[in-house]
Write a protein that binds this ligand. Structure first.
Ligand code: C5P
Length: 229
């Protein structure tokens, strides 16, 4: 089966607080984006990689891609949109002409992606329309009102932290994204959930946590730098 990959890297990283978006920062000698690309290129199954970027970042993009070990078969990036959801849809549309059977959708802000996580998602896709890597929630979760007063404690037993790459049957996720264009969901599984389709959770990895704030870099350094420097 043909496996497509969409890596979304069109965000500006406003919570990160630096003009250089986080996906273009270096970690252990290469950009976060290059870490992601190298992992998918290195995985035996990933055939078609489509990066989604913001053309305003062209120079940063080229710098970041110069760190990629193997550039073969990486087509030109396509332009992202205002929201992550729109960026993913643009990436899926770019892949549509190549007719992948399944697609893995990944955040460029997760440089600690591994072969093992990719393989678990792909394996689960043999029996489900969607599969995503998740981790259990470790903290006690409180729901509050607008004054920060606790309303209730939510049992964490059935809660999961969603990561990427989120994998789907290509046609199913492209149809769902087309149908729900304009929403602002923060992941792709949400769209299949709205259609009542089963998405299964498989084991994610701590190293695959998203880089959102500057402090996250210190944590990521521990996971990535020792093995790659
Ligand atoms: O902002 P957040 O960390 O949730 O973004 C997750 C991923 O989605 C990042 O890799 C970011 O570059 C990407 N993104 C995008 N287009 C947007 C917003 C975010 O490709 N408009």
């Amino acid at each position: 089966q043909k496996i497509g990959v969409v890596i979304v890297a069109a965000g500006s990283g406003s919570r990160f607080g630096d003009p250089l978006p986080k996906q273009y920062h270096q970690l252990g000698g290469k950009s976060l984006l290059a870490h992601c690309v190298d992992c998918f290129v290195g995985h035996t199954s990933a055939d078609l990689i489509q990066i989604v970027y913001n053309p305003v970042h062209q120079d940063w993009y080229e710098d970041a891609m110069s760190d990629v070990a193997c550039k073969a078969d990486i087509p030109m990036p396509v332009n992202g949109g205002e929201t992550r959801q729109q960026s993913v849809l643009n990436g899926l549309r770019a892949l549509a002409g190549k007719s992948p059977d399944v697609v893995l959708i990944h955040d460029a802000a997760r440089p600690g992606i591994s072969d093992a996580v990719i393989s678990r998602v792909l394996h689960a896709l043999k029996t489900h329309a969607g599969a995503i890597p998740t981790l259990p929630v470790a903290d006690t979760i409180k729901q509050t009102n607008e004054n920060n007063i606790i309303l209730r404690t939510i049992s964490r037993d059935s809660l999961h932290r969603a990561q990427t790459p989120q994998g789907f049957i290509f046609k199913t996720i492209l149809d769902a994204h087309s149908q729900f264009e304009g929403q602002e969901q923060t992941d792709d599984a949400s769209l299949l959930e709205q259609l009542g389709l089963d998405v299964v959770c498989v084991e994610g990895a701590t190293a695959n946590d998203k880089i959102t704030l500057r402090d996250d870099f210190g944590r990521a350094q521990n996971w990535i730098a020792p093995t790659e420097m």
